[in-house]
Design a protein around this ligand. Structure first.
Ligand SMILES: [Zn+2]
Ligand SMILES: [Zn+2]
Length: 351
């Protein structure tokens, strides 16, 4: 792969060299130009048309979460294949996975490629790592052979399509971990982008009822518009078949474990930083045939399922309130300093 070559940057900015908002630490960004990458076997260069700002990027910039720096952040994006040595033809509009995987290690061979022992991640690699154009806050992203690429139908707007690449694909992985949702009572704790997609996806998969909890009334209203009944945190809910936990809060995990009835399954996905331990009474698990499992990132087929869901029943989500912006890429630093309303800010990327 290539290294940044600032000396060759065009002073007037009128050439087509890849350009990115490079995060340089704290709340600082700087626009840098990069040499176009020379593609290896299986690799692609995508000309990005839009990105969406995932909450985890906000945590990185605010210092709540460590991140490689300087780096091009952004791992939700959509664009057009501009050049490729892979299978997806030039000109195809696509989304792509967060993870770049080897396909050959123990995790990859057992179908858990998200946990590849040599995983690298879109929007998480330092510009000096040998993969400078790794993020979506850029004119182009360079995708290694190990990143899944999925075509997107023309009917999906850019901002909606971009959410497939992290939020919605993760929700698809959670639904798979939860098992058959037809006729089930589902509890969703935490209504951000993932929680809202979880409400929609559970109903799309035939759930009889979805109950959602969130402390913010605005978020509960969004969940109601997506088809859920809502409760405030602390309100009792019981005899749940499937609980999907997205808040990462200890109280949220507790609420899910307590809500699940006989034969029920709790899928945890919000707890991505070390947190306090949560007590479990093994007898409740044993006599109740209960299951507790976790999901982090997703597999390539979940990304394809996310695109299918978004193009079908996902159109019924309240996108006009989910998406903020669009803002131009030049305004990205301001967006991190002063976040827009909405669950995902759309960043429009123009050549
Ligand atoms: Zn994300
Ligand atoms: Zn691997």
């Amino acid at each position: 792969m290539t290294s940044p070559d600032p000396a060759a940057a065009s002073p007037d900015g009128n050439d087509r060299r890849p350009q990115a908002q490079v995060w340089t630490g704290g709340s600082d960004f700087e626009v840098r130009e990069f040499a176009p990458p020379t593609l290896g076997p299986g690799e692609s260069l995508i000309r990005l048309t839009a990105a969406t700002v995932c909450g985890s990027d906000r945590h990185t910039v605010s210092g709540r979460r460590p991140g490689a720096c300087p780096s091009v952040l952004g791992h939700e994006g959509v664009g057009i294949v501009e050049e490729t040595r892979g299978d997806v033809p030039v000109g195809t509009r696509v989304v792509f996975s967060v993870t770049s995987v080897c396909g050959d290690c123990r995790s990859c061979r057992r179908g858990l490629s998200a946990k590849c022992t040599s995983v690298r991640k879109v929007g998480h690699e330092a510009v000096e790592s040998g993969w400078p154009l790794s993020g979506t806050y850029a004119s182009h992203i360079h995708l290694p052979a190990g990143v899944a690429i999925v075509p997107v139908p023309d009917t999906l707007p850019d901002g909606v399509a971009a959410t497939a690449g992290c939020a919605v694909a993760t929700v698809m992985a959670m639904c798979e971990a939860a098992g058959d949702l037809r006729g089930r009572r589902v509890f969703v704790n935490g209504i951000g982008m993932l929680g809202l997609a979880a409400v929609g996806a559970a109903l799309s998969r035939g759930a009889a009822e979805v109950v959602a909890a969130d402390p913010h009334p605005d978020r509960r209203r969004l969940a109601e518009r997506a088809g859920a009944a809502t409760i405030e945190p602390g309100e009792q809910v019981s005899e749940i078949d499937v609980a999907l936990e997205l808040s990462g809060a200890e109280s949220g995990v507790r609420a899910c474990l307590d809500a699940v009835g006989i034969g029920g399954t709790t899928v945890l996905a919000g707890s991505v930083t070390p947190g306090p331990e949560v007590a479990i009474d093994p007898e409740q698990i044993v006599r109740g045939w209960r299951t507790i499992t976790g999901v982090h990132n997703f597999e390539p087929h979940h990304l394809a399922e996310a695109v299918d869901y978004l193009a079908a029943d996902g159109t019924g989500l309240p996108w006009e309130d989910i998406l903020a912006g669009p803002i131009p890429l030049a305004d990205l630093p301001d967006e991190f300093a002063d976040p827009s309303e909405g669950l995902r800010t759309v960043v429009t990327i123009t050549p």
